[in-house]
Design a protein around this ligand. Structure first.
Ligand SMILES: [Zn+2]
Length: 350
């Protein structure tokens, strides 16, 4: 579905506050097009990833920050000739993976993020891949049964073969009636994605502007989407939703939980359409009703903008301590910790 152009791209106050400071660091300025790839060096991460409990010296060198911001990428179509800013070519998609890999970003699942169980080597940073609308270009199966190497799933598989630490993780926010185009293969594709390590999210049934619907219609859109996914692949756990156009229902809480007749739904997070890195789940800034994402586009609030921002504000970036059951944060951020969300993880403040 080609609805992306009208999707909201709203940067937080922080973005605009930071833009002036960042402007002098970019050769082209914030308002212009930020050059892709070139100019963002792997020096963003000065540390060599290690593993195990960090020594005092490693803490000093790696600067783990597990209350830092997390990049959640929002993709739509993958087409050879992109016709709008929200479509990527296979080559652009591949280059983003290569760039993120070189900057020590590694894919994690939405569940790991929401559970505060990000399992990465020390010094690495998480990236969460998300895909909206379930376009066929995200996952196409060729007549011979092979995955199209130029669809998103095929591109990620190829990259994973080259770089095993780039795991197959991410969430597909689907419109289940016509998921991934090839109608007869809908259930098989959903099953395959789950088997590969991906998660399935709710993107409603018909992709409406939820603010224009009654409370009953909103609950039908979300409950029925979960129901249709469950009919296709019984037992599929759906616990996140992405708002069509990034627009909340009038009663925002209905995006999180509700029911339609006998169908109940419960989401752990509601994803926006833009345009910031997301707060760590243990941060007091985390709001389950408004989890922001970043689009892989050029210009202000796009991926390259944020990579440059995080390069120059690395203290705002999530950097792993290498121990999934432990949450390590710099002392200056201690006041931001929501201890209720540690979920049993040991808090280490240094
Ligand atoms: Zn959408």
């Amino acid at each position: 579905m080609n609805k992306k152009v009208s999707e909201r791209l709203v940067c937080s106050g922080r973005v605009f506050a930071s833009a002036a400071a960042l402007c002098c660091l970019c050769s082209t300025g914030i308002a212009g097009t930020v050059p892709p790839v070139i100019g963002i060096s792997s020096a963003v991460q000065s540390a060599t990833p290690t593993s195990g409990i960090l020594t005092r010296a490693e803490l000093k060198r790696i600067h783990p920050n597990e209350i830092g911001d997390v990049l959640i990428l929002e993709y739509h179509n993958i087409l050879p000739h992109p016709h709008d800013p929200y479509t990527s070519s296979p080559d652009q998609f591949r280059k983003v993976m290569q760039l993120l890999y070189s900057l020590h970003y590694r894919p994690i699942s939405m569940s790991a993020y929401l559970n505060n169980r990000i399992d990465l080597p020390a010094g690495d940073s998480p990236v969460i891949y998300t895909f909206d609308d379930a376009d066929e270009s995200q996952y196409r199966i060729l007549p011979d049964g092979q995955v199209d190497p130029n669809c998103a799933v095929g591109l990620m598989q190829a990259f994973n073969k080259l770089h095993p630490s780039w795991r197959l993780r991410g969430t597909f926010f689907v419109l289940p009636r016509d998921a991934f185009g090839q109608h007869a293969l809908r259930a098989q594709k959903l099953r395959n994605l789950i088997h590969m390590g991906y998660e399935i999210g709710n993107h409603t049934v018909t992709h409406p502007q939820l603010s224009r619907l009654s409370n009953t219609q909103v609950q039908w859109q979300i409950a029925e989407c979960d129901h249709l996914i469950d009919q296709l692949v019984p037992g599929t756990r759906v616990s996140t939703m992405a708002l069509p156009y990034g627009i909340s229902p009038r009663d925002r809480i209905l995006a999180l939980h509700g029911k339609y007749q006998a169908l109940r739904y419960e989401n752990r997070a509601v994803l926006l359409a833009g345009a910031d890195p997301a707060p760590a789940v243990i941060s007091k800034k985390f709001d389950a009703l408004r989890v922001p994402r970043v689009q892989p586009v050029k210009g202000i609030c796009g991926l390259y903008f944020w990579l440059k921002f995080l390069k120059h504000h690395s203290y705002e970036q999530y950097i792993s301590d290498g121990v999934a059951s432990q949450t390590t944060i710099p002392r200056r951020f201690a006041h931001l910790v929501n201890k209720a969300r540690l979920d049993g993880s040991k808090l280490v403040i240094y």
